[in-house]
Design a protein. Structure first.
Length: 392
């Protein structure tokens, strides 16, 4: 069944002209990969043409203008200052940057959720070789509560690292309550927002979070191999540079000096923590365009739209055929939906949907749906029809 109409209800989000998605497929997998919008495709093509004819690659364009513009757009998206943004290639880059730059000592403690995505745990586990203790909360439900964090923390706890939206349940962490607890205890609160940024609004000046990391290829609809970190004042003061990139420490006149003196070099404030190769124009130019689309559309509007689609999906499932996992506390619900088929296996259902042109993920033995701004109510209704028929 084709769903080429991609019908819209007047007054609802309409970005149908911004994406080049096939009319006979429904992509409900933003939590895995967000599709690159047309303007991002055009930017990528332009960058490839520049690389094919490199006289276009003027140093100011790729080494300065593009990273600076990307930094500004990321900052506007989360309510930060451009100087606080770290250009990365993943969420893991930011997490390792923070873990290695904090200079934690033997006896210091880090608290994580034992059921979290591995990228939130592995950077801290490596610090055990330095005597840092890593406490792994095993939450009663999907994500730790403020009470569970309070019980796990001690006077030696220096860092708490959690996902904002849990990849394996869609549940959201209470940033306000847990962040306030961390401020009282002088614990650095590090948040992985990969499953939220671009789909759920945030103003980092209004929530008690000290560092936020994320990827560009999920809800921001950018290329793979993109990401960023935001370091608030407390994190910025504590995270020490662990590397020295020539582009942030040297001027053009310094490049040919025969005897460089490390003592005389200090990385610039802006970009001191960036990943090497911030002039990665093939990735960062389309990412900047994708972020512009998200910002122009409005994350608040996107969040309402995504939740509407998720609610429509849950409400249309036949309860005799499917069981929907709890989506969390009222007022703190993401647009990730986890569904367990009752009369067939999850793997079989995922395959049947793929054969019908519907793309989702299998996570923790369940079907994971993640609708986003390019999806429509018509598509959700089409998916429900296929599901209720395929599972019967």
């Amino acid at each position: 069944m084709a769903v080429s109409s991609r019908g819209r209800i007047p007054g609802r989000l309409d970005v149908s002209d911004e994406f080049d998605l096939p009319a006979d497929r429904v992509w409900l997998n933003a939590a895995h990969q967000g599709p690159l919008p047309k303007r991002g495709i055009e930017a990528a093509g332009r960058m490839i043409r520049w690389k094919a004819r490199p006289h276009h690659l003027q140093p100011s364009r790729v080494f300065t203008d593009l990273p600076d513009e990307l930094r500004r757009r990321l900052a506007r998206l989360i309510g930060a200052k451009p100087a606080e943004i770290v250009i990365a290639n993943s969420a893991s880059y930011g997490l390792h940057l923070i873990a290695n730059g904090l200079e934690l000592r033997a006896g210091d403690e880090v608290v994580v959720a034992g059921n979290d995505f591995p990228s939130d745990i592995l950077p801290w586990l490596r610090l055990r070789r330095h005597g840092v203790e890593v406490r792994q909360i095993q939450p009663k439900n999907a994500v730790p509560t403020v009470e569970e964090v309070r019980a796990a923390a001690t006077r030696r706890t220096r860092v708490l690292c959690l996902s904002w939206v849990h990849s394996f349940s869609g549940h959201m962490v209470d940033l306000e309550a847990i962040g306030s607890l961390c401020r009282e205890a002088e614990v650095l609160f590090v948040v992985n927002g990969s499953q939220a940024i671009g789909a759920i609004p945030i103003d980092v000046t209004a929530v008690p979070v000290d560092a936020l990391v994320g990827v560009g290829f999920k809800w921001l609809c950018g290329p793979y191999g993109t990401g960023f970190a935001w370091l608030g004042r407390r994190a910025w003061e504590q995270v020490r540079p662990t590397k020295l990139y020539w582009l942030t420490a040297l001027s053009t006149d310094d490049l040919a000096k025969p005897d460089l003196d490390l003592r005389s070099m200090e990385p610039a404030v802006m970009g001191r923590h960036d990943i090497f190769g911030t002039a990665n124009f093939l990735n960062n130019a389309p990412l900047a365009e994708s972020i512009a689309l998200i910002s122009e559309t409005g994350v608040d509007a996107i969040h309402r739209h995504d939740l509407d689609l998720a609610t429509r999906l849950v409400g249309g499932l036949d309860p005799r055929l499917f069981e929907t996992q709890s989506r969390g506390r009222a007022g703190m619900i993401s647009s990730l939906v986890f569904v367990l088929p009752l009369q067939t296996s999850t793997g079989v259902m995922v395959e049947r949907l793929a054969e019908a042109g519907i793309d989702i993920s299998e996570r923790s033995g369940m079907m994971r749906f993640s609708p986003h701004l390019y999806n429509t109510r018509d598509e959700i209704d089409h998916v429900l029809g296929v599901m209720n028929t395929a599972a019967a």
